[in-house]
Design a protein around this ligand. Structure first.
Ligand code: 5AD
Ligand code: SF4
Length: 416
């Protein structure tokens, strides 16, 4: 999401005649696009920002901007903490960047912008072949640990006509794959719902693959599962954050489903879409999480067998309900639990990947491998990375590849 926001920031500036510098040394403007989902990201930003202070002292004409969720949340507070920052703007105010750069406004743009879903911004896409497309902004869910509803505002869906037009344009530019972005894509609702939107995109010629992140388990309807199953371009992968395997913790998190309800949806996905890969997010050490809650998460991971898990230690975010809850979990306990989760998931991932050995997979080639110039890298429809011998001419081609060897994070194959 943030990387795509950076593409929008670059798009607006490029349209106005600015261009990207080779390095910070050569630039007249440095923009930090920040994330505040966990404390670690926030700490890293402040240490990076501190380092730029020396450069600003040497070159007072250098402009420094802070964008993203920290900018949205701290607003003026950024100037107090770092007076050498020139301007600040949140994710809903990217369209105001030119006025800010040119000093035509007060230096701060972090108000809630209800128009965000109707504001078309030019996008300077970095990746060839694959493109991100925002379909909705914000989130209404208020999971008790999460800062997003406070930084990105309430949920707003982009009109379907704008999305379809953007994707038609992308197909004409040669993009083959689109990933639809939103905090909660499956609650998309404009003149059509998310299943309807997928149908519309599926009929755009030139687009071969459609992906989407992130889905909320509560909003995963039977209609949507059928749409994923029926529509040939919609890929066989869903990222469906479980967050915890304990119903008590899920309630405290305000997630709106039980483990059993979640598992039923997984069963339905696997029945309707054979071979679908399912990945998830887990938060470990949520306030009040006891050893038996953790063991329930371990059990859920064993029972469900996700293709991959992104696991995080709970990070208290100021202003959220969970940050103020009693019985915060000790950091060492969080670390131990996190390691257990990650080790278990590694075993499951390699086991599931091994099942793919000797199978034939449809791979969209993304380009040459970074480490070996005789090897290309691409992804299966189920979003697994496959490496195989080939040259740069194969880029953007969809090929059948035989899987020879499963590794933890990728598969080795050969072109058929
Ligand atoms: N602490 C730890 N992880 C968090 N996430 C969101 N907020 C927090 C937090 N305060 C995780 C969730 C979400 C993913 C994007 O980040 O698992 O699905
Ligand atoms: Fe945050 Fe996702 Fe919950 Fe929204 S649905 S509050 S973005 S974790």
């Amino acid at each position: 999401m943030n990387v795509h926001d950076s593409e929008k920031i670059s798009g607006v500036l490029t349209e106005e005649g600015y261009s990207q510098a080779e390095s910070i040394k050569d630039s007249d403007l440095v923009i930090f696009n920040t994330c505040s989902i966990r404390q670690k990201a926030e700490q890293k930003f402040f240490s990076d920002l501190g380092r730029i202070k020396a450069l600003k002292r040497k070159r007072p004409d250098l402009k420094i901007a802070v964008a993203g969720c920290i900018a949205q949340q701290m607003g003026k507070g950024i100037f107090r903490r770092a007076p050498y920052v020139d301007f600040v703007f949140g994710p809903q105010n990217i369209h105001r960047i030119i006025d800010l750069v040119q000093g035509k406004s007060s230096g701060i743009a972090n108000d809630d912008n209800p128009e965000v879903a109707d504001t078309d911004l030019p996008v300077l896409r970095k990746k060839e072949g694959r493109a991100w497309v925002s379909i909705m902004y914000g989130c209404n869910n208020f999971c008790s640990y999460c800062i997003v509803p406070y930084t990105r505002g309430m949920e707003r869906s982009r009109p379907s006509g704008k999305i379809l037009k953007e994707i038609k344009g992308l197909s004409e530019e040669g993009f083959r794959e689109v990933t639809l972005l939103g905090q909660n894509v499956n609650s998309y609702m404009s003149d059509m719902n998310f299943a309807g939107l997928l149908k519309g995109i599926n009929s755009i010629s030139g687009i071969e693959r459609i992906r989407f992140v992130t889905s909320h388990p509560r909003d995963l309807s039977g209609e949507l599962i059928s749409a994923i199953a029926m529509l040939d371009k919609v890929c066989d992968h869903i990222h469906l954050p479980l967050q915890s395997g304990s119903d008590r913790i899920l309630r405290l998190m305000n997630r709106g489903y039980t483990v059993l309800e979640y598992c039923r949806k997984v069963d339905s996905l696997r029945k309707s879409i054979p071979g679908i890969s399912i990945t998830t997010d887990i938060i470990t050490g949520f306030p009040g999480e006891k050893e038996d809650d953790h063991m329930m998460t371990i059990k859920a991971l064993k029972d469900i067998e996700f293709d991959g898990t992104f696991a995080f230690k709970f990070s208290p975010r100021q202003g959220t309900k969970a940050a103020a809850m009693d019985s915060q979990v000790d950091d060492n306990v969080k670390s131990v639990r996190l390691t257990e989760i990650l080790q278990l998931q590694d075993c499951i991932t390699i086991k599931l990947n091994k099942n793919l050995e000797n199978s034939i997979q449809e791979v969209l080639v993304e380009g040459l491998s970074d480490t070996d110039k005789d090897t290309v890298t691409g992804r299966t429809r189920s979003n697994k990375i496959v490496n195989f011998k080939g040259n740069g001419d194969l880029k953007d081609k969809v090929l059948n590849v035989k899987i020879l060897l499963a590794r933890k994070h990728s598969l080795d194959g050969e072109i058929l």
